[in-house]
Design a protein around this ligand. Structure first.
Ligand code: KG4
Ligand code: ZN
Length: 350
């Protein structure tokens, strides 16, 4: 009989459940997006997110089990994201997982959302589940932008992170300035394809000396002033042509991607890792993917880009890390509580 992990992920605005067999076969990976709930507010509304999770969690779990051809009784361990994220959202997944673990009398495994993004590249074909470590992991999402040294499944160490906005947040804010809609990343990505990345030189901020941190808030402000006029926080894009908007999108993207790629390569060289793995929603970005591919080829590093289904928030990555934590005995009591913040600084899970 295979080892079956059922995983639940509700850290932000995606209700997700997945079934993983033997730590390598994704039998199901179900994600219910709440995009339609939040679009008209231009961002995630925590109370609405929590309520939407409550409404869909049971159906999503049953859908995941059904798709996997697994009954509740066949589940060997229940993994759940316990943080970081929106507490009201996390609470729904944690409550569901605690209930299932208790009812089924199975171990409960708490999983860190960002650590799961960092190891998600291991789900990449042709050998999903096999370790891709040691590696430097770049996690770029709406909530986080961080570099990790992944020595093995249970040893994930933070090397650097954004000191202000996450990369995805910068994409979403620039999309709002350019009046493109929400979520903004894919819309900026699409518009940028028609623009000239060298048209405008936006600032590339590098937080102090040899740190591997990032900073994107200055870039976002530079885009704001470029569009509305220096020192102005409000305005419109009515005076700009589509070609000008495309140039702004492409130039912004270039200014964001350059430090991401530079520091990722630098991190790999510093820790002596032979490969770079990339996860998180922003890993979908065309400019980032091609810049990383070029830079890794020059530096002689292997590059593993996590497949899109496992880049954006999903429960398969929670099941994957959950499987290894479970096997290492990292289970918890049924009084597990969610946590909103990062379990940092520089944490080694090992
Ligand atoms: O990992 P994810 O699904 O959720 C978080 O944990 O945050 O990432 C979502 C973020 C959003 O900010 C979205 O705008 C961004 O990823 N994103 C992109 C692209 N696709 C999604 N950013 C840039 N280019 C894209 N193609
Ligand atoms: Zn995420």
């Amino acid at each position: 009989m295979p080892d079956i992990v059922l995983a639940i992920e509700t850290s932000c605005d995606e209700t997700a459940a997945a079934v993983l067999a033997d730590g390598r076969i994704v039998r199901s990976n179900i994600v219910a997006s709440q995009e339609s709930v939040h679009t008209r507010f231009g961002g995630v509304v925590p109370e609405l997110a929590a309520r939407a999770h409550v409404e869909s969690i049971r159906g999503i779990i049953e859908h995941a089990l059904h798709t996997a051809g697994v009954t509740y009784r066949e589940v060997d361990a229940v993994a759940v994201t316990d943080g970081p994220g929106l507490v009201g959202s996390l609470l729904v997944g944690v409550a569901a997982a605690r209930t299932l673990a208790w009812l089924l009398d199975r171990p409960l495994v708490p999983v860190d959302h960002i650590d799961a993004h960092a190891v998600s590249a291991a789900l990449t074909p042709p050998t999903p589940g096999s370790p891709r470590w040691p590696a430097v992991a770049l996690v770029v999402s709406g909530g986080h932008t961080s570099l990790y040294h992944v020595r093995d499944w249970l040893n994930v160490q933070l090397l650097g992170q954004t000191t202000d906005d996450a990369a995805g947040e910068a994409f979403d804010k620039v999309a709002a300035i350019l009046e493109l809609g929400y979520p903004g990343g894919p819309l900026v990505d699409r518009l940028a394809r028609d623009g000239n990345p060298a048209a405008i030189h936006f600032p590339r901020t590098r937080p102090d000396g040899d740190s591997l941190d990032f900073s994107f808030s200055g870039l976002k402000t530079a885009v704001l002033y470029h569009v509305y006029g220096r020192g102005r926080k409000y305005g419109s894009v009515a005076h700009l042509s589509r070609a000008q908007l495309a140039d702004i999108a492409a130039s912004f993207q270039a200014a964001l991607v350059e430090p991401l790629v530079e520091r990722t390569i630098e991190a790999a060289q510093r820790v002596g890792a032979p490969r770079v793995v990339v996860g998180g929603g922003v890993a979908a970005n065309g400019a980032l993917r091609s810049a990383l591919a070029g830079a890794c080829a020059v530096a002689g590093l292997e590059l593993i880009l996590t497949p899109m289904a496992f880049c954006t928030d999903n429960a398969a990555m929670i099941a994957l890390l959950g499987h290894h934590l479970w096997k290492a005995g990292r289970t918890c009591d049924l009084d597990l509580e969610p946590r909103s913040g990062l379990r940092r600084p520089a944490r080694s899970v090992g």
